[in-house]
Design a protein around this ligand. Structure first.
Ligand SMILES: Nc1ncnc2c1ncn2[C@@H]1O[C@H](COP(=O)(O)OP(=O)(O)OP(=O)(O)O)[C@@H](O)[C@H]1O
Ligand SMILES: [Mg+2]
Length: 305
């Protein structure tokens, strides 16, 4: 059996218990609870995870569509359900690293070690393992160009550790350079966050085209594992149309329920350097992340079967 940590506010809400009562129960040890930073969690026992080393890359060349946000929050959601999760930050912007409160990061902690033939020792954050990044990782973009098949280095190294995890989520940069290839080729396919705008939908065409090249490169039939509509504003006509556009691809690719545009909670999660689950008043966003995790688990099971 393995432990999972359920945010106390969610635990209380699911049982219809007022938050203040639940907190008192946690403080007085009436329930098995643990405090991490400012937040309380209820400790539950769960079966060992069953994902078995799925390596997936959050992928979209477009910037700001929610790749890093989803890597962090899907990772935390899966980990809190008892899955063993490794997050890999392949972006020199290092947002994932910073948003998980990791730092200072030395060169030896990042994927810069790949050219020396090793994967760095992961750090720990919120029940997940994390290979962090820093601005220095930009150097790898140049170095990879002089290593034969350098873009496959991460794929090879992750294959060697995949038994230790149920899910390895790789956060890719918005560039088109070697780091993007390194991240894209790291695993079995893409989770593609798609911004629900006309531009987001247009960009998806490019991602679909490129995904076929990746599939050919690794000998796979299809490389897009899950489309995730993001930053959805149901009041906007163009957002509704974009969502319909993504949903209409449902025959070709699995599509997760959308993550709505919620600037306040996501800004706070970045500022407080915590997953969205730990932000006060973010229950609706958390429920959406949970629904996306459900969709991902379904895809993972189907591929396994
Ligand atoms: N559902 C959402 N509602 C509101 N803001 C969001 C949402 N998802 C992400 N954001 C915000 O949008 C910005 C971009 O998100 P994020 O960094 O996750 O995108 P990205 O695709 O990783 O960007 P990049 O391509 O630069 O790496 C961040 O400030 C993030 O907090
Ligand atoms: Mg990012």
């Amino acid at each position: 059996m393995k432990e999972r940590l359920v945010p106390l506010s969610l635990w209380a809400e699911q049982r219809g218990i007022p938050g203040s009562t639940a907190r008192k129960m946690a403080e007085e040890r009436e329930i098995p609870a643990r405090k991490l930073g400012r937040y309380w969690y209820v400790v539950e026992e769960v079966e060992e995870g069953s994902g078995q080393g799925r390596v997936l890359t959050l992928f979209n060349h477009a910037g700001g569509v929610g790749k890093t946000t989803l890597a962090r929050d899907l990772g935390f959601e899966l980990a809190s359900r008892g899955h063993r999760v490794l997050l890999v930050d392949v972006d020199p912007q290092a947002n994932l690293t910073q948003w998980l409160g990791l730092g200072p990061v030395e060169e030896k902690d990042t994927l810069l070690t790949l050219t020396g033939g090793v994967l760095p020792e992961p750090k720990e954050a919120y029940g997940m393992h994390v290979i962090p990044s820093s601005l220095r990782l930009a150097v790898l973009d140049v170095k990879l160009k002089s290593v034969p098949a350098g873009e496959l280095l991460l794929r090879r190294k992750l294959q060697a550790v995949r038994e230790a995890y149920d899910f390895i989520l790789v956060d890719s940069p918005p560039s088109l350079g070697p780091l993007s290839f390194l991240a894209g080729l790291a695993g079995e396919g893409f989770i593609v966050p798609v911004e629900t705008t006309a531009k987001g939908l247009q960009g998806l065409e490019g991602v679909m085209e490129v995904s076929e090249l990746y599939a050919t490169a690794v000998g796979a039939a299809n490389f897009i594992r899950l489309l995730v509509p993001t930053r959805y504003d149901p009041r906007s006509r163009t957002a509704q149309e974009a969502l319909e556009g993504v949903l209409s691809l449902g025959k070709r690719f699995p599509v997760a329920p959308p993550l709505h545009e919620r600037p306040g909670p996501f800004r706070r999660s970045a500022a407080e350097r915590v997953p969205i689950h730990m932000v006060d008043g973010a229950q609706e966003a958390v429920r959406e992340v949970q629904a996306i995790a459900d969709a991902l688990l379904k895809v993972a099971q189907e591929v396994e079967a």
